[in-house]
Design a protein around this ligand. Structure first.
Ligand code: TXA
Ligand code: MG
Length: 317
C-alpha cells in the first residue's frame, strides 16, 4: 500500500470513512486511527501494528459532550473531564453497547480521551465518528512524536499520515479510573497524580499494585529501543563501560567520554519529556553500544519520564 503524508483533513476523513487507517497528530504522541465503531477498521489497526488482540484501544472523541454516547460517566470522572479535557488524560469507564467488543478487546470498560490538538479535533468533527487509536508505532517500539517517525514504522502499511507537526507533550496520556472511591492510576502521563488528586479529592492508587485490575498494554518492556539502555548513576555507568560507544541521556548535565543528549539544559521537565522518545529514536539510528541514563526528578511529568525510561531498560535475558 502506498502511504501518503500531508495536511489534507478531507483526504484523511475520506480514508477513515472507507474503513482505511490514517495516522493522526495529537498533543501526546501520533495515533494510528480507524473508525472505532467499525469492526473491519479496528481489526486493521491490530494487524498494522502487530498488536496483540487482548490489548484494547483508546477512543478519541471531539469533546466532553461525546463521552456519554460511549460510556456511563460518574460524577468524579465528569469533574476530571471538565478540568482536563481536551488534554492528555484518558478516562476508563463502563462502556455502552455501541462500542464494539473488538475495540475494547472484550472488556466491558472503554478508555476515552479528547485530544488537545487543533488538527485532530477538526478531523474528529469532520468524520463524525470516534477514532480508535493506539500510538502509531509497531507494537513494542518507541511511540512516535513526529509524522516522520510514523512513516519509518508504518510506511507501506497505512493509507495516509496527517502531519500536525511535532507533538507538544511528547509522552502518552495519563490513564485513570474511579473505583470504590479511589482513583486508580493505570498509566502516568501528561496529567500528574497531584493534579488528579486536587480535582477529584480521591486517594490515588497505582493500578499495578492491584492484583485483579490490569491495563493490558502496560507490559514491562513496552517502549524499548534496540540499543540496550541502563539507568542509574551516570558517572558509575560510564566507568563500568569504558571503551564502548556510549549515548548519555541526562536531564541537565554533560559528561566526558560519551555523546551527550541533554534533555533540558535549564531543568524544564516538560521540555525533557517532549524530547525523550525522539532522542531514543535518534540514538537507535546512531550505532551506539549502549545508552546510559538517570532518574529524573519525581515531580510534574517527571514520574512519566521515569516510567517510560524504566520500560526502555535492557532486561537481562
Ligand atoms: O496519549 C495517548 O494515550 C496515545 C494517543 C495516540 O492518544 N495513545 C496511546 O494508546 O498511548 P496505546 O494503545 O499505545 O496505549 C493505550 C493504553 C494501553 O496500555 C491499553 O492497554 C490501555 O491504554 N487501554 C485502552 N483501553 C483499555 C481498556 N478498555 N481497559 C484497560 N486498558 C485499556
Ligand atoms: Mg503505545
Amino acid at each position: 500500500m502506498n502511504t501518503d503524508l500531508g495536511i489534507d483533513i478531507f483526504k484523511a476523513s475520506s480514508f477513515l470513512s472507507a474503513d482505511e487507517l490514517v495516522a493522526i497528530p495529537t498533543e501526546t504522541v501520533y495515533g494510528l486511527a480507524g473508525n472505532a465503531l467499525s469492526e473491519s477498521a479496528v481489526s486493521k489497526i491490530y494487524s498494522a501494528k502487530n498488536r496483540p488482540s487482548f490489548n484494547p484501544l483508546i477512543l478519541h472523541v471531539s469533546g466532553i459532550d461525546q463521552l456519554s454516547k460511549y460510556a456511563f460517566i460518574d460524577t468524579i470522572s465528569s469533574l476530571l473531564a471538565k478540568e482536563f479535557m481536551p488534554g492528555p488524560l484518558t478516562l476508563l469507564l463502563p462502556k455502552k453497547s455501541i462500542v464494539p467488543d473488538i475495540t475494547t478487546a472484550g472488556s466491558n470498560k472503554v478508555a476515552l480521551r479528547v485530544p488537545n490538538h487543533p488538527v485532530c479535533l477538526e478531523l474528529l468533527n469532520t468524520v463524525g465518528f470516534p477514532l480508535a487509536a493506539p500510538s502509531a508505532n509497531l507494537s513494542g517500539y518507541i511511540s512516535p512524536t513526529t509524522a516522520t517517525h510514523v512513516l519509518h514504522g508504518l510506511g507501506g502499511k497505512i493509507a495516509y499520515i496527517l502531519d500536525g507537526g511535532t507533538a507538544t507533550v511528547g509522552l502518552e496520556s495519563t490513564i485513570c479510573e474511579v473505583v470504590n472511591n479511589q482513583l486508580l492510576l493505570h498509566r502516568t502521563g501528561g496529567i500528574s497524580a497531584d493534579e488528579l488528586q486536587r480535582i477529584s479529592g480521591l486517594e490515588i492508587v497505582q493500578a499495578n499494585q492491584q492484583k485483579n485490575i490490569e491495563t493490558p498494554g502496560q507490559l514491562k518492556s513496552h517502549y524499548a529501543p534496540i540499543t540496550p539502555l541502563y539507568r542509574g548513576e551516570i558517572a558509575d555507568l560510564i566507568g563500568l563501560n569504558s571503551g564502548k560507544k556510549i549515548a548519555c541521556i541526562s536531564f541537565q548535565q554533560t559528561y566526558d567520554g560519551v555523546e551527550n543528549f541533554v534533555l533540558s539544559a535549564n531543568g524544564n521537565l516538560a521540555e525533557a519529556a517532549n524530547r525523550v522518545f525522539a532522542t531514543l529514536r535518534l540514538i537507535d539510528a546512531g550505532n551506539f553500544d549502549l545508552i546510559v541514563t538517570e532518574f529524573f526528578p519525581n515531580e510534574g511529568i517527571g514520574p512519566a519520564i521515569n516510567d517510560r525510561l524504566g520500560r526502555a531498560q535492557f532486561l537481562y535475558k
